[in-house]
Design a protein around this ligand. Structure first.
Ligand code: UT7
Length: 330
C-alpha cells in the first residue's frame, strides 16, 4: 500500500540550556554529561506552568501547533490542502490537560476540518505507536492523509535536584504529514514494509512517573533506573531491527529514538553498521521523548537526506518498557 511522508515540521522553545548552566545548578559537569550521554545542550521552557503569549493555553498544545503548522505548510507547497487531512494523532506523555486530548485542540487551532483526533501515550515509543497507527488507518482506506505529532514538554516533569534524570531531557515537537494519495507517488513505491510494537509491562517500574494531576504533587517525580533502561535498549533494539529486516537488504538510514549517543553506538556495533547510517541530534536537543524521531526526520527532510526509494528503519524504546519500529520505503 502506497504511504509516504510528504512533509515535516518541528519546534523547540527558544531558551537554550547548556551543560555548563546545569553544572551551575547541581553537582554535575559538562564533561560527565557529554561523555555519558553525548548531550551538549537542550531547549527548555523556563516555567511551563506560567506560560504566556502564544503559549498561554499550554506549552504542549502550542509546541505541537507550531511544528504541525510547519509540516502543513510544507505539504501545501507540495499540493496537499489542509482540508484533506482527516486524521490527527498526537503522541505525548506531558499533555497540558488530562482532557480534552491535545490532538483535539491542535486540530482545531490548525484549522483541520472535522478530523478524527486523539492522543497516544507511550512515552519515548509514543511516536512509533502514532506512526504505525496512522499507517494502518491509511492502509485501510478510512483516511487518505494524516498529521502525526510527537511532542513533549519534559520541563513539566523535571526535578532539577535529581542530577541523574534532569540532565537527560529537553522540550520539543516534531510533526509529519503522511499520505496514501497516489497523486504523490512520483515514481517511488513508498510504503510501510513491516511494523512492530512490543511491551513488557512487568518492567514498568524501571522508568515511571505518576501523574501529579491524578495523584497529588508528590507523585510527579520521575523514577528511572538508567542502567536498566540502557541495557534494555542495547539488547532489544538490535533484536527488533533484525526482526523488522527479516533478511531484507540493509536500510540506508537507522532513525532511532535519541536517548543517549552511547545507545546509538552500541546498537550500530551490534548490527555491524557504520555510525554514518545513524543520524543524530541528541547533542543539541537531548531526549525530547515522543518528539525525538520526528524532530530528526524534519532535519533530515530539510537537509535533503530523505531520498525517494531509500529504505529506513525507525525505532523507539522506553517506558513500558516498550519498543516500536517500522521498516519504511521512503
Ligand atoms: O528514553 C528513555 C529514557 N531513559 C534513558 O534513555 C536512560 C538510559 N540510560 C542512560 O542514558 C545512562 O544509564 C545514564 C546517562 C542515565 C547514566 O549513565 P551510566 O553510565 O549508566 O551511569 P550510572 O547510572 O552507572 O552512574 C555512574 C555514577 C554514579 O555515581 P557512583 O554511584 O558511581 O558514585 C552516579 O551517581 O555517576 C553518577 N551520576 C552523575 N555524576 C555527575 C549520575 N548522574 C550524574 C550527573 N553528573 N548528572
Amino acid at each position: 500500500m502506497f504511504t509516504k511522508i510528504i512533509a515535516t515540521g518541528s519546534y523547540v522553545p527558544e531558551r537554550l540550556v547548556t551543560n555548563d548552566e546545569l553544572a551551575g545548578m547541581m553537582e554535575t559537569s559538562d564533561e560527565w554529561i557529554r561523555t555519558r550521554t553525548g548531550i551538549r545542550e537542550r531547549h527548555l521552557f523556563e516555567d511551563p506552568s506560567a506560560a504566556v503569549g502564544a503559549e498561554a493555553e499550554g506549552t504542549t498544545v502550542s509546541s505541537a501547533c507550531i511544528a504541525g503548522e510547519r509540516a502543513i505548510h510544507m505539504a501545501e507547497e507540495k499540493g496537499l490542502q489542509r482540508s484533506e487531512i482527516g486524521l490527527c494523532i498526537v503522541a505525548t506523555c506531558t499533555p497540558d490537560a488530562v482532557f480534552p486530548a491535545t490532538a483535539c485542540a491542535v486540530a482545531d487551532r490548525l484549522g483541520l476540518s472535522a478530523p478524527a483526533a486523539f492522543d497516544l501515550s507511550l512515552a519515548c515509543t509514543g511516536f512509533l505507536a502514532a506512526f504505525n497507527t496512522a499507517a494502518i488507518y491509511l492502509s485501510s482506506g478510512m483516511y487518505k492523509n494524516a498529521l502525526i505529532i510527537g511532542v513533549d514538554v519534559m520541563s513539566k516533569l523535571l526535578d532539577m535536584s535529581d542530577r541523574s534524570t534532569s540532565i537527560l531531557f529537553g522540550d520539543g515537537a516534531g510533526a509529519l504529514v503522511l499520505t496514501s494519495d497516489t497523486r504523490f507517488r512520483e515514481g517511488s513505491d513508498s510504503g510501510v514494509l513491516k511494523a512492530l510494537l512490543r511491551t513488557d509491562g512487568s518492567r514498568g517500574g524501571v522508568l515511571s512517573c505518576r501523574s501529579a494531576y491524578l495523584n497529588g504533587p508528590e507523585a510527579s517525580a520521575m523514577h528511572m533506573d538508567g542502567r536498566a533502561v540502557f541495557e534494555f535498549a542495547v539488547r532489544e533494539v538490535p533484536r527488533l531491527i533484525t526482526e523488522l529486516l527479516d533478511g531484507q537488504p540493509e536500510p540506508e538510514l537507522y532513525i532511532l529514538h535519541q536517548a543517549n549517543y552511547r545507545i546509538l553506538e552500541a546498537v550500530a556495533k551490534r548490527l555491524r553498521q557504520p555510525m554514518d547510517r545513524f543520524p543524530h541530534n541528541i547533542e543539541r536537543y537531548a531526549n525530547t521523548t515522543a518528539a525525538t524521531i520526528p524532530l530528526l526526520l524534519d532535519e533530515l527532510m530539510r537537509e535533503g537526506r530523505l531520498h525517494d526509494g531509500d529504505t529506513t528503519v525507525m525505532a523507539g524504546f522506553g517506558a513500558g518498557l516498550s519498543l516500536g519500529g517500522v521498516l519504511l520505503r521512503l
